[in-house]
Design a protein around this ligand. Structure first.
Ligand SMILES: [Zn+2]
Length: 301
């Protein structure tokens, strides 16, 4: 049996005092920067509260912040996003603030999405992509489910050693439970024992739970082509943020946001929907998916 459901996922407003579900709207509050904020009342404990939708005490409206995230991950530089805002919003924001929002909300959302239980196919493809930022090398390691195209796990780091690869594969296993039967990687030797060990050995069948399908360039065309296409897309998309500002940590957050963009925001041509619609079918998102993901991260943290 596979257990891919996210039973604990909260999608409704609950009382922060007693966790009650009988919630009614009770008045509104006007704020200077974020417009009108809805107040709620709990019919179980009779307390009033406002929902921290992820924008609590922010100087900018959720629409403006999520617009920045959306433009950025569609390939617009923070400087151009800033120019756009300047033309349409009275309160000016610097491109540094915009970059900070991107990092903050990418981290916030990935705290939620990294732990989603996924409904996937049999084959996981893991690959690494090399980055050069200001002359320094860095790596983006990712694992993609070939059926739903969902990026199950990813990590941006200075190295692509055993530690980094383990991290990606351990999370992939946690979120897919025992659905994966084949794990395809390139010939990089670090994968050798990691894949087998993490997915484990079955004493019942006396076989490894997952077949490690190691593909070397020598085997010719078609190798890892789904992941490779994904990578060329990512390369094209990350041109505008190729030289990441700041630390590897913040670059990791930016790349987390990119995987959120791929899984939740952008419709994938091959499957004609967003990967999350197949991999997390119980998740319902509205028109502004960034906004809904931020709210969900707050409700489920
Ligand atoms: Zn209550």
């Amino acid at each position: 049996m596979t257990n891919h459901s996210n039973k604990k996922m909260k999608q409704e407003i609950r009382c922060p005092h007693c966790n009650g579900e009988n919630i009614v709207r009770r008045g509104q509050r006007k704020t200077q920067n974020r417009g009108i904020i809805q107040r709620y009342g709990c019919q179980d404990c009779n307390k009033r509260f406002v929902v921290d939708d992820g924008f609590f005490k922010m100087k900018n409206a959720p629409q403006k912040v999520t617009l920045c995230l959306d433009l950025f991950y569609r390939g617009i530089s923070t400087r151009k996003v800033q120019e756009h805002l300047q033309a349409f919003y009275p309160h000016n924001s610097s491109n540094v603030s915009i970059y900070k929002w991107i990092i903050k909300y990418s981290k916030m959302i990935s705290g939620f999405t990294d732990n989603l239980k996924l409904k996937v196919g049999k084959e996981l493809q893991v690959d690494e992509m090399e980055y050069k930022t200001k002359g320094r090398k860095a790596w983006f390691i990712d694992a993609i489910d070939t059926e739903t195209r969902y990026m199950v796990s990813s990590e941006f780091s200075k190295l692509r050693g055993r530690k980094e690869i383990r991290k990606v594969i351990i999370r992939a296993k946690q979120n897919t439970e025992n659905q994966i039967k084949i794990c395809t990687t390139d010939g990089y030797t670090a994968y050798e024992n990691i894949v087998k060990k993490i997915f484990g050995y079955s004493l019942k069948t006396h076989t490894w739970n997952v077949t490690h399908n190691k593909v070397t360039q020598l085997k010719g065309e078609g190798f890892n082509h789904k992941v490779e296409r994904m990578h060329s897309n990512i390369r094209a998309r990350t041109k505008t943020f190729r030289s990441f500002h700041g630390s590897v940590k913040s670059a990791n957050a930016v790349m987390k946001g990119l995987s959120i963009y791929y899984n939740f925001i952008r419709a994938h041509q091959a499957i004609n929907c967003c990967p999350y619609e197949l991999a997390v079918p119980e998740l319902k998102l509205g028109v502004n998916k960034w906004l809904d993901l931020i709210k969900l991260s707050k409700q489920n943290n």
